[in-house]
Ligand binder design. Structure first.
Ligand code: G6P
Length: 633
């Protein structure tokens, strides 16, 4: 949801080039317009336009800007269409103060009216533009740059992560934060960076600070001071070091981050498996003593919660109610029990609806908040009683892949810790579940190593082939056929409904296809009416307790002319025999492995979505209208 980047240095470096590289690494946060401003010899130099960064750079040469200070922005439009005039940075009347902003100033209309009545002239439709004008207004009243920023921000309601520079102040950038994320990177004595996310400055430094809510930082070359916006007093902060590697935030030879991140899953999950036992235990103990448990999240994280709650409930013996974060308060406003336990999932840790749900639950019912996120120091961690970091490494592709499997794996590990503490399963069983869980990364690795061509072909050219012949010809070219169809389903039962839904979401996100993940049993109450000759249905069919009934569902769809594509285990016979095409997941067919099939089966659907996007000539890393982190309601 907009990416901001800032740099101030005393080194002889190409400031525009660095700023450009910085926002490129944040492009996953929004990509409908961008801009860079630099400060040099008492003047601000700006280049901005609507469109994607590479195209604008080609047109305007964003990397060619003078000075030792630069601010950059990549936008996901909220207030005001994605046009040149609405793209950031925004300025005051004298064009001496430049602001890049992520978030929403909720009372901007009221502020704008007040400023207009004082003679300020606005150029854009954005909420952001009130910030430089407010600062200008306070400077007119005799305050210096920093004091004026303090006062301006006190007038602003809503959320902001913003960076501000001034034509007359060559020695500083001021950054402020309320709700929207902002991190500061330091190369001691040389250069200071600010950004919406750490990967933006990861090639330069791992040493960073997380700016807290209602905090202001003054950035100087290789130095930073922190202040409380409300009291204007200095705050002490200790830097942290991130252990992410630079390569993790680069494409590394892959065409897209999405593909790279799908392939990173085995390694990411091995790291997730090393989450310390104490963290799992504190979650497990809170859940064991809880009377009422909810799980909440958005998007892919919500589907991870569907799979994970299934595993945890099995060992806990308590139903866990899932509620989408945006509905959380509405649905529970009159009935959230005191001391409920809330599990909140968010890869970014910044999704505003998730944060609001847990904040409300804490304030109104003194709920215990257990959060699972991939980002150390993210907002969600501040509102949580316990946090587990999933260790998937930075995820740049807008569509979540490795963070999804890491989330489900984390929830599964908590489930097993509950089983161990409660001594629910015989210890032999627990050992077998643990063994199966530890094998998950290898199963995925084996699948990815041996099936990529198969999946690619599935998504490549089926349209050229008459469906009847597919079985004979192998799975070649299924993909285009799928692409050629307007609709198809992912169907499943039990725990695999989460896989079906997440597979459907991936297709919607990156291939812009309305592919629905649905319960195979429930699909006969309506959706089956869509089925006609050749209508493709992908069944997710691990051999768990639901398998026998799923056979019946496959038969129902086959009898109506549906073309059956199934995801099955290697040794599967029945459903694969009924299918026109099979994708085989190399995992044993026992109940221990089946429980973790939401993790081992999903890479196949991630790849299907990826290749469907390529076939539709879409960029899977930058899906239409989406942003990776949604920091507005
Ligand atoms: C956005 C992204 C989704 C993501 C969701 C939740 O909608 O486009 O890919 O699943 O936010 O994000 P979170 O960071 O809370 O997991």
């Amino acid at each position: 949801m907009c990416g901001i980047f800032g740099i101030i240095t005393n080194q002889d470096i190409e400031i525009g080039k660095l700023a450009l590289e910085g926002i490129k690494r944040l492009e996953y946060r929004g990509y409908d317009s961008c801009g860079i401003v630099s400060q040099h010899e008492g003047k601000l130099h700006v280049k901005k336009d609507a469109g994607k960064i590479n195209a604008i750079n080609k047109k305007l040469g964003l990397d060619d800007l003078p000075g030792k200070i630069a601010l950059a922005h990549t936008r996901w439009a909220t207030h005001g269409a994605p046009t040149k005039i609405n793209s950031h940075p925004h300025f005051d009347c004298s064009e001496k103060i430049a602001v890049v902003h992520n978030g929403i100033i909720e009372n901007f209309l009221e502020l704008k009216e007040r400023l207009i009545s004082k003679g300020h002239v606005f150029k854009s439709d954005t909420d952001t533009e009130v910030i430089p004008h407010l600062i200008e207004e306070y400077e007119k009243r005799g305050l210096n740059f920093q004091e004026a920023v303090f006062e301006a921000l006190r007038q602003c309601e809503g959320g902001y992560g913003a960076a501000i520079c001034h034509a007359d102040c060559p020695d500083k950038i001021i950054v402020v934060r309320k709700e929207s994320p902002l991190v500061i990177g330091i190369e001691d004595g040389k250069t200071t960076y600010c950004a919406s996310d750490i990967p933006a400055f990861l090639p330069h430094t791992r040493k960073h600070y997380v700016l807290g809510d209602d905090e202001l930082a003054v950035l100087r070359p290789g130095e930073v001071d922190f202040y409380d916006i409300k009291t204007k007093t200095l705050i002490e902060k200790s830097p942290k070091t991130i252990d992410w590697s630079v390569d993790a935030a680069e494409k590394g030879g892959y065409d897209h981050f999405m593909l790279k991140e799908i392939f990173e899953q085995p390694q990411a999950l091995k790291r997730t498996l090393s989450i310390p036992l104490e963290s799992l235990r504190s979650f497990a103990e809170s859940l064991i003593t809880a009377k009422t448990i909810y799980i909440t999240a958005a998007g892919t994280s919500f589907y991870a919660s569907l799979a994970g709650k299934f595993i945890i409930s099995k060992f806990l013996g308590i139903h866990i109610q899932e509620i989408e974060c945006s509905e959380f308060q509405t649905q529970l406003s009159d009935c959230l029990e005191k001391n409920s336990v809330i599990i909140a999932l968010s890869q970014s840790g910044e999704t505003i609806d998730t944060i609001e749900a847990i904040r409300w639950a804490k304030e109104s019912a003194d709920a215990t908040i257990l959060s699972i996120t991939n980002v150390v120091g993210s907002s969600i961690t501040r509102y949580s009683d316990h946090t587990i970091i999933t260790r998937a490494g930075p995820e740049i592709g807008v569509a979540a892949t490795k963070t999804y499997t890491a989330q489900v794996l984390t929830l599964a590990m908590i489930g097993l810790e509950i089983a161990r503490i409660k001594n629910l399963e015989s210890s032999e069983d627990i050992k077998s579940y643990k063994k199966a869980l530890n094998e998950v990364p290898n199963i995925i690795e084996k699948f990815l190593n041996h099936n990529i061509e198969h999946i690619k072909k599935i998504m490549k050219g089926l349209e050229k082939i008459k469906f009847k012949k597919i079985k004979k010809l192998g799975n070649k070219d299924l993909g285009k056929k799928l692409n050629n169809k307007h609709n198809f389903f992912f169907l499943a039962r039990g725990i695999s409904i989460a896989t079906a839904k997440e597979g459907g979401l991936k297709m919607k996100e990156v291939a812009c296809r309305f592919i629905e993940g649905y319960s195979a049993a429930h699909a006969k109450h309506g959706p089956i009416s869509l089925v006609r000759g050749g209508f493709p249905i992908i069944f997710i069919a691990p051999p768990d307790d639901t398998y026998t009934r799923l056979i019946g569902n496959v038969a129902e769809f086959k009898a109506r002319g549906g073309k059956i594509i199934s995801l099955v285990v290697e040794s599967d016979e029945t459903i694969s025999e009924m299918s026109d095409i099979t994708i085989r997941i190399p995992q044993p067919a026992d109940r221990f492995h089946n429980l973790f099939s939401p993790i081992t089966f999903i890479p196949a659907l991630q790849l299907l979505a990826y290749y469907a996007a390529l076939d539709a000539h879409l960029d899977p890393d930058q899906p239409r209208n989406l942003a990776k982190t949604v920091t507005v309601h």
